[in-house]
Design a binder for this molecule. Sequence first.
Ligand SMILES: Cc1ncc(COP(=O)(O)O)c(C=O)c1O
Length: 454
Amino acid sequence: MKDPISRRHFLETASLAGAGLTLALPQLGGSARGADAVAGKPAKLGGKPVCSGGWPGWPVYGEPEEQSLLGTLKSGHWYRGTGKAVSGFEAAYEKLTGAKHCLATASGTAALSTALGALDVGPGDEVIIPPYTFVATYNVVVLNYALPVFVDSDLESFQIDADKIDAAVTKNTRVIMPVHLGGYPADLDKILEVASKHQVTVVEDACQAHLAEWRGRKVGTWGMAGCFSFQASKNLNSGEGGAVLTNDDQFAETCYNFHNQGRARQVSGYNFSYSGTRGSNLRLCEFQGGLLTAQMTRVIEQSNRRHENALYLTKLLGEIPGIKPAKLHPHATRSAYHLYMFRYDPAQFAGLSRAKFLAALSAEGVPASSGYGVMNKDAYVSALAKNKHFLKLYGEKRLKEWLDRNQNLPENDKLCEQAVWLTQTITLAEREKMDQIAEAIRKIRRYAAELAKA
Ligand SMILES: Cc1ncc(COP(=O)(O)O)c(C=O)c1O
């Protein structure tokens, strides 16, 4: 790998050198073409893109996956009841995370549903969630006819503002469900403190946070439950899949039973005993269990690579006026970097809108997105106040208050306006690609006024 520092120095010097650059080119050999692109205009204005050659593909697979899938196929054991692949994965994930119990589920949504089902969350209960999250966090609450209560975001960290949770707790609050958004840990110290004060349960939505750590211990192992997703885009992937982690023996069994139609582990034949009053089929199948174990042969190396690249990128981007990388809490000892997130300030880019910034970045060969919309104000969410079942359960007045409250999460509004995301495959790339991302942004900034007019 090329020395990133000297390359970066060259890129900066080259971009400033302007016409003098041509003279320097013969000495620079292989970098000459890159220098030309850097010296030129943004790709959106007809220049050469800074990044070429694409980004790492996803999913990554090879021999271990092929052997596992064929092995399961030929075994004839495709269902967890008769096979060993799902239970093998559960044991491996327990070891990786340090959790006492892991229960594999059909998806991250199924993991959250299992946790809420095992806690018997239902009509009349309130569940505290952040508005800045994937809609599944909201859906699992509503599907149980419980009321999702949004707590505003913290602009700096992109996470739920833990200081505002206490004020949102009522006598109906059953669960606080923080999300480790993008894989960056939410403030678990404060969340657990508030939960303990009010004796409510914490379910961590760690669907994006594989191998992330709080105070050196894996996220997903701090609350009563930690829920993960293994959907295709996730850092650990079986197409679809999920898991609930817990350190509580009784809760682990209740989760197992819930995800298995209320049936306890099979003793023999059709000899099931039932527990609880509700259940579903939320099981993972053997092909996926085996696939996950195979994918885990790479997960630590991939996580290390993202971690190192993200820290380096944060250093580079932090030096660019108008770019503010999402802050990791001091006790967040590791992020999963499922997303690399930063805030963009058009005022520092000659008024260039975020949409135009994203288009210019994409033209430079860096795919990026604006992330989530304002979920708490979305028509999908607002319509809940008119849902006949919710009206029957909560009444018009309470739902009107709920609706009004959802309009007033000002920090989240700002976050949704300013956020920019890079996906986890970007930080899987080589170190020099991080330099290129920073250079692409610097280039856009230099030409921001022209880009704004284009
Ligand atoms: C924060 C969060 N929660 C829940 C989920 C749901 O996971 P799944 O898609 O596996 O059902 C996701 C998936 O993207 C997520 O990002």
